[in-house]
Design a protein around this ligand. Sequence first.
Ligand SMILES: *Cc1c(COP(=O)(O)O)cnc(C)c1O
Length: 376
Amino acid sequence: MNFRDLKEQYRVLKTDIDKAISNCLNEGQFILGSDVMALEQELADYVGVKHCISCANGTDALVLSIMNFSIGAGDAVFAPDFTYFATINCAMLRGATPVLVDIEKDTFNISPEALEKAIINTKKEGKLTPKAIITVDLFGLCADYPKIQAIAKKYNLLIIEDGAQGFGSSINGKKACSFADIGTTSFFPAKPLGCYGDGGAIFTNNDEWADNLRSIRMQGRSKEDKYDNRSIGINSRLDSLQAAVLRVKLKAFKDYELKAVNDVAKIYTDHLSSIVATPTIPDGFYSSWAQYTIRLKDRSQRDGLKEYLHSKGIPTMIYYPRGMHSQTAVVNSNCNSGFFPNTDEVVQTCLSLPMHPYLNPEDQNLVIDSIKEFIG
Ligand SMILES: *Cc1c(COP(=O)(O)O)cnc(C)c1O
C-alpha cells in the first residue's frame, strides 16, 4: 500500500501526460514556454484571483512574497507553530523574526485568539514592528480566514497565505490562495496538486505586486529591456515540462480527484470518529486533504498504532514530530518564545493515514479494520 500513490495516478493519466510532455519537447521552449503561460491563466481562473505568477517551488513563492513586501530585519511575522519549516524559513532568510503562535487542536491551524494575544504582546514589548501574518492551510484545510482577516484589519497587518497544502480547499466556495494579500502554493509531487519535480505559484489581485513578482522571479528584470535589471531578485521559474504535466493534472484534480479525496476522508471519518479523534472540518469549509491526520490518546498509543499498522504493511507518517519553537534554528536565533500547549500535545499524538484519490476500498478497509483491532 502507498501513503500517496503517484504511480497509480500516472497509470490513469499516462496517455495525456505523455502527449503533453512530447508536445512540450517538440515546441522546444523549456523555460516560461506556452504551457507556463496557459497554466498561470488556468490556475488564476481556478483560484478566482487576477494574477498567478509561477515559480520554482513553494518555498520560493513565500520568499518572493516576503521580498515583495520588503519585510526584513526588525519586522515581526506571525506564523503558526505547527507547520512545515518553509513557512517561517522565508521570513528568517530575509532577516525578519517569526513570532510563533499556538494552534487549535481540532483543525491543526493557527488559533485566532492566540494570534491576537501574540500581536498585542509584540506591540507591548516594542522591539519588533508587526508586519504580516503568514497563515497556513494545514493538511488541506483553510485557516479561519473570517477571524484572521478581522485581526489583520484591526492591527493593520498584511496576510500571506501559505497554501502549499491547501490548494483546492475552500470556505463557502471561496478558494484557498485567494484569502490573503498574497497566496502561495507548492507543486511538490505529494501536495494536493503536484508536478514531477519542484514547482510553485503565487496568487494576488494586486497589479503592482504581480508586476513586481514577475520581475523579481527573474533577477529583478525590467519589463522593457531584458538586459536591464531594475531591482534585486532571484532566479525562480517554473519549467515548461512541469507546467505541461500540471495542466493535465489540474484537469483531473478539478474533474474528480478533489471529490475522490473527500469521499475517502468521509469513509475514514464515518468509521473512525467514535474511536479516535478525527479531523474537524468547520461548517462551510471544504478540505483538499493533503493529509488525513488522526489524534490518539497519548504518545505511547500513537507510537504503538504506528508500529502495528507498519506490521500490517500500512504506511503512516508523523506530520509533524516537532513544533517550530523547538527547531534548532529557531532556538539558536532567540526568537520570541511563547506557550504552545496544543502543539506540544499534537506532536505526541498525531498520525497521518494513507490518503490520496486512488486509494482503493480494500486498502482503506484494511487501514480501518487494523485501527479498530489495535484500539480494541
Ligand atoms: C511543502 C510546503 C512548503 C514548501 O513547498 P516546496 O515546494 O517544498 O518548497 C511550504 N509550506 C508548507 C506548509 C508546505 O507543506
